[in-house]
Design a binder for this molecule. Structure first.
Ligand SMILES: C[S@@+](CC[C@H](N)C(=O)[O-])C[C@H]1O[C@@H](n2cnc3c(N)ncnc32)[C@H](O)[C@@H]1O
Length: 212
């Protein structure tokens, strides 16, 4: 029987199935549970998605494989994507990658220019220090940045999934999400390491907010 608790089980499975990181199974679970990409299927021109904190690229590969050539995916990360498993998918004209910091004006401007998006996914996480208070605070800052993307460049009716470390200001991020989406929930996929403080917040159906 497969030992799901073994530290390298998901990593080995990912490599066998053509993904550079185990994190792909977290996105698969979120997608299965919440039909995250439904707004893309409802649009005639298919996918228009944004992947924040995308390297080494498993989530981007999952999305590109799911939608093949229908639509458009934009991804960003401080680090480059791994080219080990993409078989040319990252060279397609329906994919755009920017290497840089998603909290900067420069990257924000480039990503906003490619929007609006019908789905935003973010697995962005800070480099960990081992100090949970510091790490949770940094994770919350990143999550707040992702919320700003969702407020500004996610289409009405669109969906969002973001990673966050529990504690610190995660409660206020969920509150912000609840005011932006019809449904907002916290969900911890089984593929997360048991001891990990990470979880995912999922917002479904961005509300049409009045401007007055
Ligand atoms: C857990 S990894 C993402 C894994 C990815 N979802 C995959 O499936 O391959 C978290 C990523 O967040 C990125 N990251 C953290 N802070 C960032 C920032 N300010 N701007 C862009 N990327 C950031 C890191 O460089 C790292 O690659």
């Amino acid at each position: 029987m497969a030992d799901y608790k073994k530290p390298d089980f998901w990593q080995q499975k990912a490599r066998n199935e053509g993904y550079p990181a185990r994190s792909v199974y977290k996105l698969m679970e979120i997608d299965k549970k919440f039909s995250l990409f439904k707004p893309c299927f409802e649009k005639a021109n298919g996918l228009r998605a944004l992947d924040l904190g995308a390297a080494p690229g498993s989530w981007s590969l999952y999305v590109l494989r799911k939608f093949i050539n229908k639509g458009f995916l934009c991804s960003a990360d401080l680090s480059p994507l791994s080219r080990e498993f993409d078989k040319g998918l990252f060279d397609n004209g329906n994919f755009f990658f920017i290497q840089g910091d998603i909290t900067t004006e420069e990257v924000r401007g480039a990503l906003y220019a490619k929007g609006p998006y019908s789905v935003i996914i973010s697995d962005a996480a800070p480099g960990t220090t081992g100090n949970h208070i510091v790490d949770a605070a940094r994770s919350c800052e990143l999550a707040e940045t992702v919320m700003t993307y969702a407020e500004n460049i996610l289409a009405n009716g669109g969906n969002l999934a973001l990673k966050i470390f529990q504690g610190g200001g995660s409660g206020s991020v969920l509150k912000r999400m609840k005011s932006l989406f019809t449904t907002a929930k916290s969900f911890k996929p089984q593929a997360c390491r048991g001891e990990s403080v990470e979880t995912y917040f999922v917002g479904l159906g961005k509300k049409q907010l009045s401007t007055f």
